[in-house]
Design a protein around this ligand. Structure first.
Ligand code: FES
Ligand code: FES
Length: 156
């Protein structure tokens, strides 16, 4: 076991890991941050997406032991001052989920998009969530939710 420190949502977490443990596994199973989901665990569904220094990554494909130098953001880190992130609010208002399993990954990917491009075209949104599977087929409402989240974030 190797001791590492992970910086997640602005908090430092000291944890001992085996070299082959994925970041997704450690986030969920060792640190209890179960908002991040794991589906395929082979980089094909997007449900495990987290931000590393603001960029979206599939955390099932990253080794936890190599992740100590990044500022990691999970879905639990998006709300602020007791208020949901605009994207979280919009997903609720636009019914952007059915079972909700893909939702954290979708919202994290959308946050990375809006941080770079506050006024995304529909195609930008589709590209941003292109690697994400929604088994419930809620894609149209997910796109609408991200469009609304962008409007809320801009204050209109
Ligand atoms: S669980 Fe990581 S991409 Fe599917
Ligand atoms: S809402 Fe069920 S997988 Fe997307």
């Amino acid at each position: 076991m190797h001791p590492i420190t992970l910086n997640i949502n602005g908090e430092k977490h000291e944890v001992s890991v085996r070299p082959h443990w994925s970041l997704a596994y450690v986030i969920r199973e060792k640190l209890g941050l179960t908002g991040t989901k794991t589906g395929c665990e082979m980089g094909t569904c997007g449900s495990c997406t987290v931000l590393l220094d603001g960029k979206p990554y599939f955390s099932c494909l990253r080794m936890a032991i190599d992740s100590g130098s990044y500022a990691i953001t999970t879905i639990e880190g998006l709300d602020a001052d007791g208020k949901l992130h605009p994207l979280q609010q919009a997903f609720i208002e636009e019914h952007g989920m059915q079972c909700g399993f893909c939702t954290p990954g979708m919202i994290i990917a959308a946050k990375a998009l809006l941080d770079e491009n506050p006024v995304p075209a529909e195609l930008d949104i589709r590209e941003a969530i292109g690697g994400h599977l929604c088994r419930c087929g809620t894609y149209m409402r997910i796109v609408k939710s991200i469009q609304k989240g962008a409007r809320i974030a801009r204050g209109n």
